[in-house]
Design a protein around this ligand. Structure first.
Ligand code: GTP
Ligand code: ZN
Length: 306
């Protein structure tokens, strides 16, 4: 028996398929897991035991390495990057919604990438010049945060753009309903055969189909084949932590008079100065304040329950 490290890329009826050293192994968890209540997840880094003498024999999954993070519906662990698909039209672009997604992703210690879909439809609706102005405006808002912003047209050119983005690591796609997540996945992973909104509605009317997530090798990384992340639950963020989930606010905040500055009404606040000079976008600050209010409102409810 030989021990190897690998990543679970698929789980089907009790088997966990592990990718290790450019090979796939069908593994079954060792009985041990039943006692510890540990359930392996797609994305898990694991240690497996392989019978070198007999490559057909079942390999054993003996250890799950500590997880960086864990998402639910669908369950997946160790996500490095999330591509947030946000349409420019149909549905209309919303700074507010995008910032909620970004905070939620940042709080899970995942790096976001912003994809603006339906650029072609925006051009149709408002003309080339106005469409480019809109995209530039969005770029200006997110550049201080260091986020990558890419526009999509639902054609072959999207594939090259995404290929340039993806390096090593595990990538997922998120975004509200109808923005084009499945459409993009089909472009990127034609072999995965993902149903787009309209088709899946026709086929699954009234049925509950739970599809397990599968990871596909993509460039040097993995891409999850699910468009199922339409929202992640509003995370349980502490008031004092929110500032770290807006990278440009975190950076500017290092120069505030008080280390504990929450950038609300404190004197000597460098974040507020940078909003005034335009170095931090007003919309980003407004959404920071709004999410802060939501956290404050949640607290009393939280305490009553106890
Ligand atoms: N013109 C244009 N249409 C697009 C683009 N991306 C997606 N669409 C269309 O938008 C519609 C919705 O796309 P989907 O891929 O089903 O969206 P989704 O995000 O997976 O939606 P849910 O499954 O509801 O979460 C489809 O009719 C797509 O053809 C784009 O870049 N340009
Ligand atoms: Zn401050």
């Amino acid at each position: 028996m030989q021990k190897k490290k690998g990543v679970i890329y698929q789980s089907i009826s009790g088997f966990y398929y592990v990718w290790s050293e450019n090979q796939s192994f069908a593994t079954k968890p060792k009985g041990l897991f039943r006692h510890t209540n540990e359930k392996p997840l797609v994305g898990d880094e694991v240690v497996i035991e392989v019978d070198e003498q007999d490559s057909q024999s079942e390999s054993r999954l003996i250890e799950i390495l500590p997880r960086e993070n864990e998402l639910v519906r669908p369950s997946i662990s160790n996500v490095d990057y999330s591509m947030i698909v946000t349409s420019l039209v149909e549905p209309d672009f919303s700074y507010n919604l995008l910032d909620y997604f970004l905070v939620s992703i940042e709080s899970n210690h995942i790096e976001p990438i912003i994809l603006l879909s339906k650029y072609d439809l925006l051009v149709e609706a408002v003309g080339q010049k106005a469409a480019d102005r809109k995209v530039e405006e969005i770029n200006r808002v997110y550049a201080p945060a260091g986020y990558t912003v890419v526009t999509l047209n639902n054609n072959e050119s999207d594939i090259d753009k995404i290929k340039q983005l993806i390096d090593t690591g595990l990538y997922v796609i998120m975004g509200q309903s109808g923005v084009g997540k499945s459409t993009l996945l089909n472009l990127l992973l034609p072999e995965a055969n993902i149903e787009t909104g309209i088709i899946s509605e026709a086929l699954n009317r009234g049925k509950h189909t739970t599809r397990e997530v599968t990871l596909y090798p993509f460039n040097d990384g993995f891409l999850a084949d699910t468009p199922g992340f339409s929202a992640i639950d509003f995370p349980d963020i502490e008031k004092a932590d929110l500032r770290f989930y807006f990278p440009e606010i975190a950076r500017a905040g290092e120069l505030c008079k008080f280390r504990s500055c929450l950038h609300l009404n404190e004197p000597g606040c460098n974040v507020k100065s940078e909003v005034e000079t335009g170095d931090i976008a007003q919309s980003r600050y407004n959404n920071y304040e709004q999410i802060m209010e939501r956290i404050e409102q949640r607290k009393p409810v939280y305490k009553k329950k106890k």
